[in-house]
Design a protein around this ligand. Structure first.
Ligand SMILES: Cc1ncc(COP(=O)(O)O)c(C=O)c1O
Length: 406
């Protein structure tokens, strides 16, 4: 792996003000401003520090299990009869999703800042489990905020977090999902900022969070690039990933952004319908706005009130999207589409039956798009899809919607 994992930049963003073109920035109360400045300084020094890079990379290898494999999905490819489909197996990372890359990185930064406590928000529970695991590993106190609706959908992960020694605080406000959990985490952070770091779980929030999270997640694309060259002897034609806040997708895409011929598609949650309150497809139903300290695309009404959202998958059920994606969308470099709940459920089952892999419902949105796109493409095309997590956490929830014959 490259020595300068964090210092090699593919774009000029974020700029000095934490912006990605018209998006991003740092819109927070005074109390948090100092903490964000401190975090930025600590990350700037860590990314230049060979010892820090070595520590991150040795945990990545020995604790997370990196590099995660790149897998040729032969049966799915044959079934669809078009492009060759490869999975980047982030579902095989320790704790079952890509979230661990960022959680571990930020917990290391917490130690570097001399802080003893971490807090985090979680939707699907994967970021909560990842943060609780990294906190246990590094001896940090840990508290996780989670909407009560998500706690119900992801009961297994709530138990896992508690088993790992974290306190899980249910948030009963608003839509009882991720947005509300983030509000509570930000409140806790303003009160306890002296000893506490907020491990934000995706490429959203005030600068420097979108940047830091991207830097820890871009390892996915760095590995995938090397692996596809080894497996197939050429670069992929199309990259596909699901987009909640946007961390697994930016993690995959970033390394390829300057390869002009490589297409990239981010798949949002189309939910039940593209109508207010029934989906979480920010690029299909959102507009320029602000949420959680950053300007981006937001689902909102004409008065700027944040809209309610729906997705079968808790990890995609969020009213905004990371500012770097808003920039990639407006520049046309990445295309964004959506998959509906029932399409994701279909992909979930098909992947299980054909490949013996139960994907996370989030990742199933990306696979749902591939099911439509692969047959339209020639057999020498390569589609590389990020399998952001495994579906164990979703089995109980999905069983309410899937009727099996046997
Ligand atoms: C497995 C999995 N994939 C994807 C996501 C979506 O997040 P992001 O868009 O930041 O990758 C989540 C969020 O919880 C998740 O658990």
């Amino acid at each position: 792996m490259s020595e300068n994992l964090f210092t090699e930049q593919k774009t000029p963003y974020p700029d000095g003000k934490g912006r990605y073109g018209d998006f991003g920035g740092r819109f927070v109360p005074e109390t948090l401003f100092v903490a964000l400045e401190e975090l930025e300084q600590v990350f700037r020094s860590a990314r230049e520090d060979k010892e820090f890079q070595k520590t991150f990379q040795s945990y990545a290898r020995d604790y997370i299990g990196r590099p995660t494999p790149l897998y040729f999905a032969q049966r799915l490819t044959e079934y669809l009869g078009g492009a060759q489909i490869y999975f980047k197996r982030e579902d095989l990372a320790h704790t079952g999703a890509h979230k661990i890359n960022n959680a571990l990185g930020q917990c290391l930064l917490t130690k570097r800042m001399g802080k003893t406590r971490v807090i985090a928000e979680t939707g699907a529970g994967q970021h909560g489990v990842a943060t609780a695991s990294a906190a246990a590993l590094l001896g940090l106190e840990c508290c996780i905020y989670m909407g009560t609706e998500d706690m119900e959908r992801q009961r297994l992960n709530v138990f896992r977090m508690r088993l790992l020694g974290a306190q899980v605080v249910g948030v009963d406000a608003g839509s009882k999902t991720l947005k509300d959990a983030i509000n509570e985490a930000l409140r806790d952070w303003s009160l306890n900022v002296k000893n506490t770091h907020y491990v934000l779980g995706t490429v959203h929030g005030p600068h420097p969070f979108p940047w830091i999270c991207r830097e820890f997640q871009k390892i996915i694309g760095i590995e995938a690039r090397q692996q596809i060259l080894e497996h197939a002897g050429k670069l992929p034609n199309l990259l596909v990933a699901c987009v909640g806040g946007g961390s697994n997708s930016i993690g995959l895409f970033y390394e390829f952004l300057n390869d002009k011929d490589i297409e990239m598609v981010g798949v949002e949650a189309g939910g039940k319908a593209i109508a207010p309150g029934m989906h979480a497809a920010r690029f299909a139903g959102g507009s320029f706005g602000m949420l959680h300290g950053a300007q981006s695309y937001v689902l909102q009404d004409e008065f700027g009130q944040i809209g309610t959202t729906h997705s079968i998958s808790a990890g995609l059920d969020y009213a905004s999207v990371g500012p770097e994606h808003a920039w990639l969308y407006s520049s046309g470099r990445v295309k964004y589409t959506y998959a509906m709940d029932d399409e994701a459920l279909n992909a979930f089952q098909l992947c299980a039956r054909l490949e013996g892999i139960i994907p996370a419902l989030e990742s199933s949105h990306a696979i749902a798009y591939v099911l439509k796109e692969a047959p339209r493409r020639p057999q020498d095309h390569i589609i590389l899809v990020n399998l952001s997590g495994r579906g164990d956490k979703d089995v109980e929830h999905a069983s309410k919607f899937i009727k099996l014959d046997t």
